[in-house]
Ligand binder design. Structure first.
Ligand code: BV8
Length: 245
């Protein structure tokens, strides 16, 4: 493994719905994706929740229940990233847009969910946050303040501020490798991370996706194929040869 005596090289990995597709979870913008079945405005905005909270709660109840299915498990792409976190001498941070728990179940620990988590809920009345694996309805009382009507999925909707942005930008500015996996590059601020890395660092940037994303020309390297094939291969390559350039 190629190693210099310089400070350890850190890796930041952005993941999107494409990394979970082969685990059986739908993406958003593929032809059969989630946004082909429901309108984003109705289920993934605060206005939609205001207008029809039961519709939004059911949308997330269905997706939360799906995570319980025995056939929904981490795929080789998730496992390769857990292997990379264990074996890489520098820091490996996964910034996921996904709200599933497949990175955790694969074994990644240094991970943050910038769009929230399906298995957490919070109370808008008292702001407490809870692990939540069951159904949530408009009548569900808050376990902490007992108020009904305030519980919502701990998920970032359009128009809401993604989570931990300061930490994300700090890590982007200190990385030597930025990997983008399984995202179409349509949603900001995540879609802007590669430009931020190029402006602020000399890091290598690579996109691993089924097809070119909206921002594919911004990456120094692009690798196309199924995540469960291209991600393990790329991880093995950098573990044995070090980072390109
Ligand atoms: C915000 C909810 C600011 C959870 C989601 C410019 C700058 C800043 C903001 C904006 C801007 N322009 C517009 C905005 C607003 C907006 C936005 O970006 N709109 C878009 C539609 C234009 N952004 C926001 O509102 C964000 N907030 O900016 O706040 C702010 C400032 C001040 C004060 C307040 C706020 C919030 C964004 C988060 C929204 N919530 N989801 C949920 O229900 O899941 S986003 C939604 O899209 C998903 O959560 C997902 O995380 C995200 C990205 O989708 P992808 O993961 O990329 O999935 P997609 O289906 O698109 O693509 C899958 C890819 O995988 C494809 O390329 C496919 O080819 C590939 N693939 C498929 N199979 C495989 C594969 N690859 C490999 N292997 C395979 N097998």
């Amino acid at each position: 493994m190629h190693q210099t005596n310089a400070s350890p090289q850190n890796i930041v990995i952005l993941t999107g719905a494409g990394i979970s597709k082969e685990s059986g979870l739908d993406t958003f913008r593929d032809a059969d994706g989630i946004w082909s079945k429901v309108r984003l405005e109705d289920v993934a905005t605060p206005e939609g929740f205001q207008r029809n909270p039961a519709l939004v709660q059911d949308f997330y109840n269905d997706r939360r229940a799906q995570l319980d299915h025995a056939d929904i498990t981490p795929n080789p792409a998730h496992q390769a990233l857990a292997h990379l976190e264990r074996e890489w001498p520098g820091e490996v941070l996964i910034v996921t847009q996904n709200i599933d728990d497949l990175h955790e179940r694969a074994g990644n620990r240094n991970l943050l969910h910038m769009h929230g988590e399906l298995l957490k809920a919070r109370c808008d009345s008292c702001s407490n946050l809870f692990q939540w694996a069951v159904e949530l309805t408009v009548e569900t009382p808050c376990p902490s303040c007992s108020q009904p009507g305030g519980m919502r999925p701990h998920v970032v909707w359009f128009g809401e501020m993604p989570l931990e942005m300061d930490r994300i930008y700090r890590m982007l500015e200190e990385c030597s490798l930025f990997m983008s996996i399984g995202t179409s590059g349509n949603v900001y601020p995540a879609a802007g991370f590669v430009s931020h890395v190029r402006q602020m660092t000399t890091a290598h940037t690579v996109e691993l996706n089924l097809e070119p994303s909206t921002g594919s020309t911004l990456f120094a390297q692009t690798i196309y194929g199924q995540a469960s094939e291209v991600v393990p291969a790329y991880v093995e390559k950098i573990l044995s040869e070090g980072l390109p350039g």
